[in-house]
Design a protein around this ligand. Structure first.
Ligand SMILES: [Cu+2]
Length: 230
């Protein structure tokens, strides 16, 4: 004799199997919905913080000067914002009896490596930083292949000289933020990734007086034209 209830057993198993199948489907649906929600939140919450910065680009017109090249354009100190000293060093080569590049712009705390690539000894010193003789420093004289490093913590322009070759000159321009650029031969500059906000833009030039200009940075590229005068 067939056991009682034998006839209803298969449907139960079937129902259980169906239930498991439905549960799985349901779970997948829930998972899909959750991941969609997470993606949506990620886009809504993270995207603005990524795009809330813009580039500041423009052109510097140099009045009464032979060139608009090598003019530093930078965002002045921002209240309440500190910048860490970068771990990456900046290189200033002494090559073909020149400081190369002629001008480097760095943020405060940057270490500059002075490398001698010439077959003659070069000296590196600066008699002042933006005219402040108390910040004068002499790194000494060293032969080809050697380098000496210096961490620039004081703001301003250190005017590099070599006491062996008076024709050599260069500049390390130390600025308070990491938002800076140097003009190309036509005076063009581009400061990338400036957080949206209002700032003071400043210039430094070997030949011209410094200039100051207010700038509002939206979360897109903004164009600023500046004029510097001798
Ligand atoms: Cu020299």
């Amino acid at each position: 004799m067939a056991p009682r209830g034998g006839a209803i057993k298969p449907p139960r198993i079937f129902r259980t199997a169906l239930k498991i199948k439905l549960d799985k489907k349901d779970k997948m649906k829930k998972l899909k919905a959750t991941s969609l929600l997470v993606s949506f939140l990620a886009i809504v919450l993270l995207a603005p913080s990524v795009t809330r910065a813009g580039d500041v680009k423009g052109k510097v017109t140099a009045q009464g000067m032979k060139s608009a090249e090598n003019i530093a354009v930078y965002v002045d100190a921002i209240a309440g914002k500190k910048f860490d000293a970068p771990s990456q060093h900046v290189l200033v080569d002494q090559k073909s009896m020149k400081f190369l590049p002629h001008v480097v712009v760095v943020t405060a705390g940057t270490t500059v490596d002075f490398q001698n690539s010439d077959p003659v000894g070069h000296n590196v010193y600066w008699p002042s930083v933006s005219g402040n003789k108390k910040l004068a420093h002499n790194l000494g004289t060293w032969p080809k292949g050697d380098k000496k490093s210096f961490q620039f913590n004081d703001l301003g322009a250190a005017s590099l000289l070599c006491n062996v070759h008076p024709e050599m000159s260069g500049y390390v321009v130390v600025v308070p933020t990491t938002y800076f650029a140097l003009t190309d031969k036509d005076g063009n500059f581009e400061i990338k990734g400036v957080p949206a906000g209002q700032y003071t833009l400043k210039t430094w030039s070997e030949d011209a007086k410094p200039t100051t200009q207010a700038v509002t940075v939206p979360n897109t590229t903004t164009t600023v034209d500046l004029t510097v005068k001798k």
